[in-house]
Ligand binder design. Structure first.
Ligand SMILES: Cc1cc2nc3c(=O)[nH]c(=O)nc-3n(C[C@H](O)[C@H](O)[C@H](O)COP(=O)(O)OP(=O)(O)OC[C@H]3O[C@@H](n4cnc5c(N)ncnc54)[C@H](O)[C@@H]3O)c2cc1C
Length: 469
């Protein structure tokens, strides 16, 4: 898996030290004796600007000149408990979540970017029965596909530290609404804690380009959200990622917020958990998720450069993401069950001008179809007018058919409407005093970044009036 080459000599103490360390940690490596191989000496000199320094170690072709054992541990993911290798990519939210969890807990790990090394994608596919799922981790050689923080904690024997501090407000969800609430609360001198189950930024972080956030004609989602995060931190917010809130109870005027491995205390709570992509619920959807079926073009689109994709849906998200995919995919086929799109005119007008895009209207998706090797082949659809069935083929499909609120953990705590959205009044007050809601998880939210930030401001005013009583 790792290619480790050690250029050294038997008379060199640091070479012996490095060799012993690799051996102790069961790291396979190739030893190249510079005394026996003239080309090796030239290679060492080329790496080290003409100097003959050994050991020079190459890990997956990246060079390290006489690295000490701490550097080797970090580069190769060696710890007391386990050796950790993380296959991932910078654009993948769960990879960032796993990386920050390991970093926050001072676990050495080796990060292998699947975009940089072709062999890494092959390795990920072989571990996951042909599926390209990241992050995939190897812990002491054993594979784990997208393990959550709780499992990582268990496998790496990380202590669960209990947090006893009482925060003025605990904000659940680190998207636009949660970050804005925190910025305003901090400026009001209220101590805020943001608990985020993955990484900061929410859905806006997954958006390649935002063109309707006031003040910016165009800004990338990650950039905008990183700025909001930076602003919240500047004013003193505490942010904890990889903390999924599972329950909330009130005791002695304090809210006890339970995550999968911790408990936090707050005087008020803001629910800003946003929404998640809806699935079609048709045969083979679950089986092909990650290896043909996707819900986020910014996250997974890169796998389909110069290939054919299907986009299912007819709203703003479907058209926006379809246009984004058309920028680098060979072709994009938009499949929609109705006769017309339910999207902004700007997108609708743009579609016919894009050469590599075709539309399939009035087509209901019946099932996803696999080829003989079990890989994605296409979607079988029924024409709603003629009743005729056909197969639309491509290399992958992106499903954009709406959102469902992330409010399951709050069912029975605060009032929800029949679609699961949190009902509120005035300043985002929910049915429980001291608990507020803001952003896409709230009934009536219009699912835009600017609107979510505005709702965050409202919730901060709610906190202020509640705490100052
Ligand atoms: C594909 C796509 C494109 C978009 N394009 C645009 C655009 O161009 N312009 C625009 O204005 N808007 C756009 N939007 C909408 C915009 O992204 C959202 O309206 C906005 O992100 C909502 O912010 P939020 O804070 O309410 O929720 P989110 O951004 O969804 O953030 C909620 C956060 O809560 C976390 N969370 C959920 N449950 C828990 C839990 N139990 N514990 C801890 N954390 C939890 C989630 O991980 C998430 O990070 C787009 C949305 C999508 C999906």
């Amino acid at each position: 898996m790792n290619t480790v080459k050690l250029y050294g000599a038997d008379w060199c103490p640091d070479c012996l030290r490095a060799k012993a360390y690799l051996k102790e940690n069961n790291i396979a490596y190739e030893f190249i004796d510079v005394d026996l191989d003239k080309e090796a000496t030239a290679r060492v000199e080329a790496i080290n600007n003409g100097k003959r320094i050994i050991p020079t170690i190459l890990v997956n072709e990246k060079s390290y000149t006489n690295p000490d054992n701490t550097v080797l541990a970090s580069v190769l993911g060696i710890n007391d408990i386990a050796q950790v290798v993380l296959f991932g990519a910078d654009w993948c939210p769960d990879c960032r979540r796993a990386k920050s969890f390991l970093t926050d807990n001072a676990v050495n790990f080796q990060f292998i970017d699947v975009d940089k090394y072709e062999w890494a994608t092959d390795k990920v596919e072989s571990i996951n029965n042909g599926k390209r799922i990241i992050p995939t981790l190897l812990i002491n050689g054993d594979p784990y596909t997208n393990p959550d923080n709780e499992l990582l904690r268990e496998l790496l024997q990380i202590d669960v530290a209990k947090e006893h501090k009482v925060f003025d407000t605990i904000i659940i969800g680190g998207g636009a609404a949660g970050l804005t609430t925190s910025i305003y609360a901090q400026r009001d001198r209220f101590d805020s804690l943001i608990l985020e189950r993955t990484t900061i930024g929410g859905n806006a972080f997954l958006t390649e380009k935002i063109e309707n956030y006031p003040g910016f004609t165009e800004i990338s989602g990650p950039k905008l959200m990183s700025r909001m995060e930076e602003q919240a931190l500047t004013y003193g917010a505490t942010i904890k990622t990889g903390e999924e809130v599972v329950s909330i109870r009130k005791e002695n005027q304090l809210f006890h917020i339970k995550t999968k491995g911790n408990e936090f205390l707050g005087k008020t709570v803001v629910l800003s958990t946003g929404s998640t992509y809806r699935k079609l619920g048709i045969p083979n959807e679950e089986e092909l998720i990650g290896s043909g079926i996707h819900f986020c073009a910014t996250c997974d689109g890169a796998f389909y450069r110069d290939r054919d994709v299907i986009v299912i849906g007819g709203g703003n998200s479907a058209l926006e993401e379809g246009i984004f995919l058309a920028g680098f995919c060979k072709s994009v086929k938009i499949v929609h069950r109705s006769e017309s799109f339910k999207a902004s005119e700007t997108y609708i007008e743009k579609i016919p001008t894009i050469e590599n895009m075709e539309t399939y209207m009035n087509k209901s998706s019946l099932e996803f179809v696999e080829n003989e090797k079990g890989f994605f082949k296409g979607v079988r659809v029924k024409d709603n007018k003629t009743g005729l069935e056909s197969l639309i083929e491509a290399d992958g499909a992106f499903v954009f058919i709406g959102l469902r609120p992330n409010t399951k953990s709050f069912d029975g705590l605060v009032n929800l409407n029949n679609r699961g959205f949190i009902t509120t009044e005035g300043l985002g007050e929910t049915s429980v005093k001291g608990i507020f809601a803001a952003g896409d998880c709230r009934e009536g939210a219009i699912a835009q970044v600017a609107a979510a930030t505005g709702e965050g401001v409202l919730a901060s005013y709610g906190i202020r009036s509640f705490l100052k009583v």
